[in-house]
Design a protein around this ligand. Structure first.
Ligand SMILES: [Ca+2]
Ligand SMILES: [Ca+2]
Ligand SMILES: [Ca+2]
Ligand SMILES: [Ca+2]
Length: 344
């Protein structure tokens, strides 16, 4: 944990806005979530299960394509002050890990598969063996939001048992046009290709090979999309970062219905004693800048040393210096820095 706590300091000749803290970069590692649940319709104990599977039910009316999802939340308010305007939070890096409980059942695919590759259930349209594990933002419907929907809230509206597609209260989402979350749960039926925040990666398995049990998948979150950054910032303002995992290995066994074999992953949850002992619970590593990037070195003053530190990061290719958030380092970041810096 790296708390670069700084003493708020009024600068001569400048006024710090009421919503501004002096800058602070917080780096923190959570080794277990504060919430994890299987977000699946036929599910009597969503929040307390020892594992949660992800799978797809493809092209069956009434079922979401991304039928079984895993919701993971990390309460951050004890480490990162909550309640600020979302514009005051800038996630510099964010990495989630999850670990599978069942071995040699599904194949590793580190890249996105477009919706058209799922249309034949025998996977014959898939150009690379296996199906990726996606990480998504989240949205809510039926009057729920992040503050009212939790580990033990009902799955969806009426009827809650008979499946009705797009009825789940909380859903995996992306942001195609603005900050409004759009449900990705039926991207095969509706023929679109949402961009996930990340796809799970592991060095332990060759792409296309079967994944052994206890393989940890790492999701380095893509932060180039301003709406994804805004979503993460909003979570920090609420005091909890929430994400959803999904994958589209087709269910033809077990909890997915049908009589075939289970072909999809199960993931350890925080309630699992084995996961607790061996460190297989979901984890989150975060680096967040709070307050003005003008105080770039987080010492409570804005002066030459901030200019120097910023230019040094920029020159070294450190994306902390990507102040305009376009995932390039260039003149526009210098311009943005000068603008923030001179505003105080
Ligand atoms: Ca749980
Ligand atoms: Ca594939
Ligand atoms: Ca400074
Ligand atoms: Ca930039």
């Amino acid at each position: 944990m790296d708390f670069n706590m700084t003493t708020p300091l009024l600068l001569a000749g400048s006024i710090i806005g009421t919503n501004n803290l002096c800058a602070q970069v917080i780096e923190i590692e959570y080794n277990t979530p504060t919430l994890d649940r299987w977000n699946y319709p036929f599910n009597g104990s969503p929040g307390s299960r020892l594992s949660a599977s992800t799978f797809g039910v493809v092209e069956i009316p009434g079922f979401d394509d991304h039928d079984a999802q895993l919701v993971i939340g990390f309460e951050t308010l004890g480490d990162i002050p909550a309640g600020l305007d979302p514009s005051q939070y800038r996630v510099l890096s964010a990495t989630l890990t999850i670990t599978n409980t069942n071995g040699d059942i599904f194949r590793y695919d580190p890249t996105y598969d477009t919706h058209d590759t799922y249309l034949f259930l025998d996977d014959s349209l898939d150009p690379d063996p296996g199906r990726p594990i996606h990480l998504w933002a989240m949205g809510y419907r039926n009057g729920y939001d992040q503050t009212t929907w939790g580990e033990f809230t009902a799955f969806g509206g009426t009827p809650s048992v008979e499946p009705v597609q797009e009825s789940r209260h909380a859903f995996a989402a992306y942001f195609p046009v603005d900050q409004t979350p759009v449900d990705i749960s039926n991207n095969i039926k509706f023929e679109f290709d949402p961009t996930p925040i990340a796809i799970g990666q592991t060095d332990m398995v060759v792409p296309g090979d079967l994944v052994p049990a206890d393989t940890t998948f790492t999701f380095e979150m893509g932060l180039c999309d301003p709406f994804v950054r805004a979503y993460l910032a909003e979570g920090l303002s609420l005091g909890e970062m929430r994400l959803t995992v999904s994958s589209l290995q087709i269910a033809d066994g077990g909890t997915g219905g049908g009589t075939g074999e289970i072909t999809y992953p199960f993931w350890y949850t925080r309630e699992n004693p084995i996961a607790q002992i061996f460190g297989y619970t979901p984890t989150l590593h975060l680096r967040v800048r709070i307050g003005s990037a003008g105080d770039y070195n987080s010492d409570g003053s804005m002066n030459f040393f901030d200019v120097s530190a910023f230019l040094s990061d920029l020159g070294n290719g450190n994306f902390d210096a990507d102040l305009n958030g376009d995932c390039s380092l260039n003149f526009f970041d210098i311009s943005e820095f000068l603008s923030i810096f001179s505003a105080g």
